[in-house]
Design a protein around this ligand. Structure first.
Ligand code: CA
Length: 221
């Protein structure tokens, strides 16, 4: 899942980005509100982690602009001080959740997983499609109840396909969701991961829709 982090403090930004990547998110990091607005308008992110005190355009202004444009992206705000007023402003401007600095990176990841669940409309923390179960928190995959070893990228790809089961995702969409900026993407990377997933799980699990993309069919489809 691709996450955009907006934080102007270099140490904190660096640490949070590393922590999110460690937790399996494809996390990108920008340091001001204008850069965030540009990134959001050109690429698709699953969620936004937003500091409120930012140069050029404040987090609150950015958030209000997104919601005024009916952008439904889940937003978690980071508030610098433990002031109730700032949190209320943020929540009323359209934030879905907040954390007060300093915060625990594991808690941030858990809250993001909860936000992503809610935005996908699936309250169950474990994704299930047919014989496959995927647990985003434990980073585990089972088929017919048996654990299956996947690489981090295979796991991320399966996670995307299961989240959007029954819908076709293009190669470009998958690349965008799996690879943060600055990471080299081989032209056939997605194809190779799909091949491995088919081999490790079920050859018929992921369908190739020629010229369009890939589909993980919902059971019975
Ligand atoms: Ca700040």
């Amino acid at each position: 899942m691709r996450i955009l982090l907006v934080e102007d403090d270099p140490l904190l930004g660096d640490g949070v980005q590393a922590g999110l990547r460690q937790a399996g998110f494809a996390a990108d990091w920008v340091r001001d509100g204008i850069a965030a607005r540009t990134a959001l308008s050109t690429e698709s992110f699953a969620a936004l982690v937003l500091d409120l005190g930012l140069p050029r355009l404040s987090g609150l202004e950015l958030l209000r602009g997104l919601r005024a444009a009916h952008d439904p992206i889940p937003v978690l705000i980071l508030t610098a001080r433990d002031t109730v007023a700032e949190r209320i402003l943020g929540l009323d401007a359209g934030a879905d959740d907040y954390l007060v600095k300093p915060f625990d990176l594991d808690e941030l990841s858990a809250r993001l997983r909860a936000l992503l669940r809610r935005s996908a409309g699936s309250p169950d923390p474990v994704l299930r499609v047919g014989r496959i179960e995927l647990d985003p928190a434990a980073h585990g995959v089972r088929m017919d109840g048996q654990p299956v070893e996947l690489s981090a990228r295979e796991f991320a790809l399966l996670h995307e396909l299961m989240t959007h089961a029954g819908r076709v995702l293009s190669r470009r969409q998958l690349e965008e969701r799996l690879y943060p900026w600055g990471e080299e993407v081989e032209s056939n990377a997605v194809e190779v991961h799909v091949h491995h997933l088919r081999r490790k799980l079920d050859p018929r699990l992921i369908r190739t829709i020629r010229g369009v993309g890939y589909l993980l069919a919902a059971p019975g489809a």
